[in-house]
Design a protein around this ligand. Structure first.
Ligand code: FAD
Ligand code: SF4
Length: 484
């Protein structure tokens, strides 16, 4: 069995069990205020806050670091939550090495970044336990209602912003739990599920109405939703897994990453998962090969380690420098015993009904493509076989065919299948229908989905204000005509 060498790893399920009981106090971490203040005080308050510029939410990082350093945590929380609907989640799972921390001037000067994400997490976790995080409470209720399709971070951020403004907000999701990939994609060891459930509970307390197990296009039509609500937000994410067409790809025990991760997450949440218990979607005792070099692949290899795999290898066709996943994640995976097989691509799967190995060949990096990225080229006569009892395909995701799923062929999409929006109004080509998150930008990040959700909420508010004003003036005009 592979051994964990990472220090401070948490047992995943205890906290979720407490969360299911609604006992969020029991799962309060033992924080170390001195450590947070010490980190926060390392910020040089430089004139040009590169960290803030490179945070998709443009969080006012220098301010909340200063407030934390001074022990003014409630104010730090007010500042951090002013621009972010889920700071404790971003603090945990943003690839900070590519965003805020990677651009910290102290990091650039070679002294090691201020640990911005950890401080953000600390501030908000403290805020939760102190009762500073409050449900949205609008100053006045409005008659207008909004239908949000998709309860991932994009949909949830929009729901909170619109509810705060007084709209009647309904979130529809095809899953049994709200949270999108925060619940069923990202593994528990990176993001404990009680954190997501606590957020949705708060929104429900604030009056957001959730309709789980409701797939738009199957359980309710898109046309009906448009009738029901004054405006609509499509925040459905991207779920069509990219596949490998290679000999042997129909063998048993070759599976898409999301099936594998959903089974693991469901198990962690206490659901009955027969395919996990039977071993079909469980890496225990197996030699596992994960194909891909993105964050999903990293989540699969690290999940396999935790399930007790005997060996975990990650095959990626480019080299370490050119992989899309976070370098920090690679480092964690390596520390946990994962072996990376760089510059290698699969050409066939071998086995006798069940997969027994992956035949792969070496690659080298050739000429750059129009984006400047070097194209991997196969090296002749370099084939070799890697033993495997379980192969997980983590090659990324494309959008589903939303116009077909919604029975709405007039909804415009781009040539990649993402929903097309006007980048000023954030509205699709259908009046009152907006879109946000992965379904607009393609597979991306939680922090970008939150940003999009916030921006869309703001534009939907403007749209509905204009609509209400139009309705009022229509009404006034009708009244005037009647009086005449
Ligand atoms: C395995 C994995 C790990 C990741 N790790 C990270 C990470 O560490 N850090 C990070 O920043 N990002 C990570 N990401 C990316 C991140 O999760 C996404 O960018 C983000 O969740 C997108 O948010 P969203 O709201 O657009 O969509 P989603 O989170 O995908 O939510 C969309 C929701 O829409 C629902 N839906 C879809 N179609 C319908 C329909 N017809 N009717 C009703 N509901 C529907 C879905 O059930 C889902 O709940 C990861 C992604 C994956 C797959
Ligand atoms: S939201 Fe993400 S990028 Fe922005 S400050 Fe927090 S951790 Fe950094």
């Amino acid at each position: 069995m592979l051994k964990f060498v990472k220090v401070g790893m948490k047992m995943p399920h205890k906290r979720d069990a407490a969360a299911r009981r609604g006992d969020f106090d029991e799962i309060y971490d033992e924080y170390k205020p001195e450590k947070a203040a010490e980190q926060a005080s390392r910020c040089s308050q430089c004139g040009v806050p590169f960290c803030q510029i490179h945070c998709p939410l443009h969080n006012n990082i220098p301010d909340w670091l200063m407030l934390t350093a001074e022990g003014r945590l409630e104010e730090a929380y007010e500042a951090s939550s002013a621009t972010n609907n889920m700071p404790e989640i971003c603090g945990r799972i943003c690839p900070q090495d590519r965003l805020c921390e990677g651009n910290c001037v102290i990091e650039r000067a070679g002294h090691g970044t201020v640990t911005i994400g950890a401080v953000e997490k600390y501030i908000t976790d403290t805020a939760w336990t102190k009762g500073w995080v409050r449900a949205p409470k609008p100053r006045r209720e409005l008659d207008q209602s909004v239908g949000i399709i998709g309860g991932g971070p994009g949909g949830l951020a929009a729901a909170e912003e619109l509810r705060r403004r007084g709209y009647q907000v309904h979130v529809y999701d095809r899953h049994d739990r709200i949270g999108g990939l925060l619940i069923y994609g990202i593994p528990n060891f990176k993001l404990e599920k009680y954190l997501v459930e606590r957020r949705t509970k708060l929104l429900a307390e604030g009056g957001v109405r959730f309709h789980a197990n409701t797939e738009v296009g199957r359980d309710i039509s898109f046309a009906e939703l448009r009738e029901r609500h004054d405006s609509i937000l499509i925040a459905t994410g991207v779920y069509k897994a990219r596949d490998i067409q290679a000999p042997g790809s129909g063998l048993a025990n070759i599976m898409p990453a999301l099936d594998y991760l959903i089974a693991s997450n469901r198990k962690g949440l206490g659901d009955a998962v027969p395919a996990y218990d039977s071993g079909e979607l469980n890496a225990a005792g197996k030699r596992v090969v994960v194909i891909g070099g993105g964050d999903t692949a990293m989540d699969c290899v690290r999940t396999a380690v935790r399930q007790g795999a005997v060996a975990v290898k990650c095959l990626y066709r480019r080299d370490r420098v050119n992989m899309p996943g976070s370098q920090r994640e690679v480092q964690h995976a390596e520390e946990e015993g994962v072996e990376f097989v760089w510059l290698t691509a699969p050409e066939a799967f071998v086995g006798d009904g069940t997969v027994r190995g992956v035949r792969a060949h070496r690659m080298r990096l050739g000429a750059a493509d129009p984006t400047g990225r070097q194209t991997p080229v196969p090296v002749e006569n370099s084939a070799f076989v890697i033993d495997a009892d379980l192969v997980i395909k983590a090659l990324g995701f494309d959008p589903e065919d939303v116009p077909a799923l919604f029975d709405c062929p007039e909804l415009a999409v781009t040539r990649w299948g993402t929903v097309r929006i006007d980048h000023k109004t954030l509205m699709t080509n259908l009046d009152g229908v907006f879109a946000a998150g992965d379904i607009v930008r393609g597979a991306s990040l939680v922090v970008w989905a939150i940003r999009d959700g916030r921006d869309a909420a703001e534009r939907m508010h403007r749209y509905m204000q204009a609509k209400a004003a139009g309705a009022v003036s229509e009404h006034a005009r009708a009244a005037t005509i009647a009086a005449e």
